[in-house]
Design a protein around this ligand. Structure first.
Ligand code: ATP
Length: 361
């Protein structure tokens, strides 16, 4: 067994402001070098979690450990944490090099070493030639990389990013997401980021933590959250999801699932199969649904009528209306067959056993 410390551990952390439960029993751990993004609706507890880690907010209960050390009572300046916030607030009267060297100065590193380390970090963020400039002579993306260099230069245990891309335009944001991820990986930084941007979370993160009303709804790799969401909330929050309501019941060794206009089945020993008759919601991503072949009677199927068919170049978006009036979204590259369909046509759609998620209720 390895005794290496986790870079970060939150153990049942809660934060209450009077009646407001900003955080409730939040627990997770990060390995060294891991990149975690916190995602969730406004007011769900992301910023509070970031502040608890930084030490600006003391938890009401629970424990926070950084590199195995309990942080209770340790003030922010005594935690070895780098931060890059929305307004990355570079010092306007200092050169780029002085900005990056600043955290080393406050930590008592001597001048010659400060300068060489700041230069090295500027090289890593691709700004080796900009040391003598002032922030206002740099573009938004460059300024942001200076801020990142400043957050990383003192080899922090953890780097906190709060909406790091919010001030950038969409195109630059996409580039910077990849760049920041690469730089963090290169220096082996353990990163906790907060964003409202789902795509940003998917692009940058080793794992994503989804928050809902102060609680951790689910934490996992982007693929795990997308393919195995544990709730309707997570299914809806990451990507698009069709939610089919129905009932599951046992029939011999098989679990049959059924609702208005759809049916599916699972082997009885499949972990997704409920043990006894229960209300269920089936989650189907639009791209796992296909048109059934002529005359086929698939085990996992839904029948409906075509309501709309939208051509998007590489694929079609199909909207089918089920018997109970609910709509199902399909994304398909079966261009030839879908082109032949018209509004109001009856269709049978199908999907593979491994491509659906069953959620109780
Ligand atoms: N100092 C405070 N006093 C009282 N309530 C607070 C305080 N700080 C946060 N809260 C409340 O705690 C809850 C969680 O807030 P938090 O800022 O962590 O959410 P968030 O997920 O970061 O939201 P956003 O995406 O809008 O930034 C909210 O209901 C908020 O109003």
């Amino acid at each position: 067994m390895s005794f290496e410390h986790k870079a970060l551990q939150l153990d049942r952390v809660s934060k209450h402001y009077g009646e407001v439960r900003a955080l409730e029993d939040v627990s997770f751990e990060l390995r060294k070098g891991e990149f975690l993004t916190m995602l969730g609706p406004s007011g769900s507890g992301k910023t509070t979690t970031l502040r608890v880690i930084a030490g600006f907010v003391e938890p009401s209960s629970g424990a926070l450990l950084i590199d195995g050390r309990d942080m209770t009572g340790v003030p922010p300046q005594r935690r070895n944490i780098g931060m890059m916030f929305q307004d990355y607030a570079l010092f306007p009267h200092m050169t780029v090099l002085e900005n990056v060297a600043y955290p080393l100065e406050t930590r008592g590193v001597k001048r010659s070493e400060r300068e060489s380390r700041a230069r090295e970090m500027l090289g890593i963020v691709g700004l080796g030639d900009f040391a003598k400039r002032f922030p206002k002579q740099m573009s938004g993306g460059q300024q942001q990389r200076v801020a990142l260099a400043r957050a990383l230069v003192f080899h922090p245990d953890i780097v906190l990013l709060d909406e790091p891309m919010a001030a950038l335009d969409k195109k630059l944001r996409g580039q910077m997401q990849i760049e920041i991820m690469h730089i963090a990986r290169k220096v082996g930084a353990t990163v906790v980021s907060v964003t409202h941007d789902q795509e940003e979370a998917l692009v940058m993160s080793d794992r994503i933590a989804i928050f809902r009303a102060g609680k951790l709804a689910q934490i996992g790799t982007p693929q795990e959250l997308y393919t195995r969401p544990n709730s309707e909330f997570v299914a809806d929050f990451i990507g698009e999801a069709n939610l089919l309501r129905g009932t599951a019941r046992r029939e011999g060794g098989i679990c049959r699932l059924e609702g208005a206009g759809w049916r599916a089945s699972l082997p009885g020993d499949d972990p997704r199969a409920p043990a006894k008759t229960a209300a269920v919601t089936v989650v189907l991503r639009p791209e796992v649904i296909a048109l059934a072949a002529e005359g086929e009677r698939p085990a996992n199927a839904l029948t409906g009528t075509i309501e709309d068919r939208i051509y998007l170049g590489v694929e079609f978006r199909l909207i089918a209306r089920l018997a109970d009036g609910s709509a199902v979204q399909v994304r398909s590259r079966d261009l030839a067959r879908i082109s032949a369909l018209a509004q109001g046509d009856a269709v049978t759609l199908c999907w593979r056993d491994e491509d659906f998620v069953v959620i109780p209720g």
